[in-house]
Design a protein around this ligand. Structure first.
Ligand SMILES: [Mg+2]
Length: 235
């Protein structure tokens, strides 16, 4: 069976960063695990975890995505879980966990370097990511991938209107745009909605907030086994 190809003429390829180009979610999970352990005298691990997720969702519209908002949500969770009895020591330990998360090494995923090298020059390559501006900029520098990208967009969200803004900035029509990423919710659905193309490259673990349970069937959508497979989907 031949590999399915993207439809239309692709001019711009945008890559998601976290868990598409480099490891991210496992680091968040590791931090959350340590955070829950800090509070295990008060509530079981999974209950703290649920409480944290609830707090994060309540704060998302105010803080946006990224480590700093995550840190504030962890601190708020301490107050809730301990019913305001926690001392500052727990808060300090939590801040330290967040700072540690901000300084994690960048671990590129397999095939990323090869894919970007092969596509660079043939397409305009863009990095389109959510998260804290400074954190994402620092990660990109550490990744050594910066030179591949024509444009870097750190977006406050990845909804249709955010992609519409990006396309306008790039002066690119939706049908000539391809988004590659690990999140169906953020990297695929809004782009298809606009008339763009999307390739999903699944990662072994996904943040609960980004999970989508239904199957996607769309003429502009392809599922890749890994990022290297994207090369065969392009003409
Ligand atoms: Mg991602």
């Amino acid at each position: 069976m031949s590999t399915p190809k993207t439809s239309g003429k692709i001019e711009v390829i945008a890559f998601d960063a976290d868990d598409t180009l480099w490891v991210n979610e496992p680091y968040f999970q590791e931090t959350e695990h340590k955070f829950c352990a800090l509070l295990e005298d008060f509530l079981p691990h999974h209950t703290v975890s649920q409480e944290l997720f609830k707090t994060e969702m309540e704060n998302l519209a105010l803080y946006g995505y990224g480590v700093k908002g995550f840190m504030l949500s962890m601190i708020e969770t301490i107050s809730k879980v301990t019913e305001n009895t926690a001392g500052l020591e727990l808060v300090n330990k939590t801040i330290a966990l967040g700072q540690e998360l901000l300084q994690k090494p960048i671990e590129l995923l397999d095939g990323v370097e090869e894919v970007l090298t092969k596509l660079n020059g043939r397409y305009r390559l863009v990095l389109a990511t959510k998260g804290d501006l400074l954190d994402q900029e620092r990660k990109l520098v550490k990744s050594g991938l910066e030179h591949h990208f024509h444009h870097i967009e750190v977006m406050s969200d990845k909804k249709e209107r955010d992609y519409r803004k990006l396309l306008k900035h790039l002066d690119c029509r939706a049908e000539n745009f391809l988004m590659v990423g690990n999140s169906i919710k953020s990297d695929v659905l809004p782009v298809l909605e606009l008339g763009g193309n999307a390739v999903h490259v699944p990662y072994h673990t996904t943040w609960a907030h980004e999970k989508v349970s239904h199957r996607i069937e769309h003429p502009n959508f392809l599922e890749a086994e890994n990022i290297l497979a994207v090369l065969n989907m392009l003409d």
